[in-house]
Design a protein around this ligand. Structure first.
Ligand SMILES: *Cc1c(COP(=O)(O)O)cnc(C)c1O
Length: 402
């Protein structure tokens, strides 16, 4: 699947201006688009993409990126928004109204939970957290008020890989819309719109909506903030698109170009970071300072069997994983370990060239949750540096733990 995607992303249809047969997409910038007549101005419909009306409704540059991201995700329609978090907001605002309830996995991307606690609560939309590793818990929490269920695989700090297809199926049986945050899978590790595996594979077994923080792998440079909302269903797309237009979300052409430029190397970068991350994760497993390595492709990690079922025995994984340090190290020592790293920089995000590290106190993040570990968690995002150099950096920093 991924090798085909690499080719599709490079040979995606694009018609260059006459006489300029370059494969790179032009950068078109405009707020105003000029119409030849009042009749043309009145007749042009921005919703169908049959013409251009105003910069906010799309340019040749944004249309190209929308089409490529739709291809990447295996969907039909794509909307671009100014960040990954905005793609979550875009879906929530388009689909939820006062009195509705939205369900989030308890290991959900943190700011998504904050949005539910803040804006959604203010607007009379309730939320509940469910345990993504326990479909029964989700099933018990679904009600007539549930209008949207978010799923994510794996949790991007604690790295549990849930039985995604099962979660989505429970919602589908009750006619409830599901939205997948596919930033980790990046459209490569699995297809968000087709979560069935092997003989059970059917179109319609996947999420209804797939959002992606293009900030991460598709940008790949650590220099762009952008998000996407992809759908297959025309009616659902129209509903989100109308809300997207009314709320005035747009993206800048230079940022779009940066993502278009990075997409051809997406598969190569994802594979390279996966390989490097797995080598480092395997090595860290043997270190006495480390109580557990949380990486869905490693046997023994929570939900490894679900990763294997969905992504395949030789499947892909993002270059992101966490380690739980031995409980004998208090948080100040773990902070010092993170600061002792030289190549790994302290910072949020992932998918860029620079390796990153963040320490997390999971007990404080998830007061009600089940979290079996006593040690501090450290999340590592593997960049594009040489694996041996990263290993040596980790080794010298681990030594400072004593
Ligand atoms: C980074 C991230 C987001 C948000 O993306 P931004 O562009 O930083 O707003 C959403 N979901 C996941 C899983 C992420 O990792």
């Amino acid at each position: 699947m991924t090798s085909r995607k690499a080719t599709e992303l490079i040979h995606h249809p694009y018609v260059p201006p006459p006489g300029f047969a370059a494969p790179q997409v032009g950068v078109y910038k405009a707020s105003t688009v000029i119409f030849p007549s009042v009749a043309a101005l009145r007749a042009r419909d921005w919703r169908t993409k049959s013409g251009y009306t105003y910069g906010l409704h799309g340019t040749p540059t944004t249309f190209q990126l929308e089409e490529r991201i739709a291809t990447l995700e295996g969907g039909k329609h794509c909307l671009l928004v100014p960040s990954g978090l905005a793609s979550i907001a875009c879906v929530n605002l388009a689909l939820l109204r006062a009195g509705d309830e939205v369900l989030l996995p308890d290991n959900v991307y943190g700011p998504s939970k904050a949005m539910a606690e803040g804006e959604l609560t203010h607007w009379g939309i309730t939320h509940q957290l469910y345990d993504p590793m326990d479909p029964g818990d989700l099933q018990r929490k679904l009600s007539d008020r549930t209008k949207l269920v978010w799923v994510e695989a794996p949790g991007s700090v604690t790295m549990e890989f849930p039985p995604l297809a099962h979660l989505v199926q429970l919602c589908r049986q009750r006619g409830i819309t599901t939205a997948l945050d596919n930033t980790w899978g990046a459209g490569l590790a699995f297809n968000g719109f087709d979560l069935g595996t092997g003989a059970r594979s059917t179109t319609g077994s996947g999420a209804d909506i797939v959002v992606h923080a293009l900030t991460k792998y598709p940008s790949g440079g650590g220099d762009v903030l952008m998000g996407s909302v992809v759908t297959r269903d025309d009616r659902l797309h129209e509903q989100i698109k109308l809300s997207h237009m009314r709320l005035g979300w747009g993206v800048g052409a230079n940022d779009v170009e940066a993502v278009l430029r990075s997409l051809p190397s997406l598969v190569a970068r994802y594979r390279a970071q996966d390989t490097s991350a797995r080598q480092l994760a395997g090595w860290l497993r043997g270190r006495p300072e480390v109580a557990q390595v949380l990486h869905p492709a490693l046997p023994g990690s929570p939900g490894h069997e679900h990763w294997q079922a969905l992504c395949g025995d030789d499947g892909l994984a993002a270059g992101l994983f966490s380690i739980v340090l031995h409980e004998r190290y208090p948080s100040a020592r773990v902070d010092a370990f993170c600061e002792a790293l030289a190549l790994f920089k302290l910072g949020y995000s992932w998918g860029g060239p620079v390796s990153l590290v963040v320490p997390y106190d999971v007990h404080a993040m998830r007061p009600a949750g089940r979290w079996p570990h006593r040690g501090m968690l450290v999340r590592l995002s593997i960049g594009l540096e040489e694996t041996d150099a990263l290993r040596a950096d980790l080794e010298q920093a681990l030594r400072t733990l004593g």
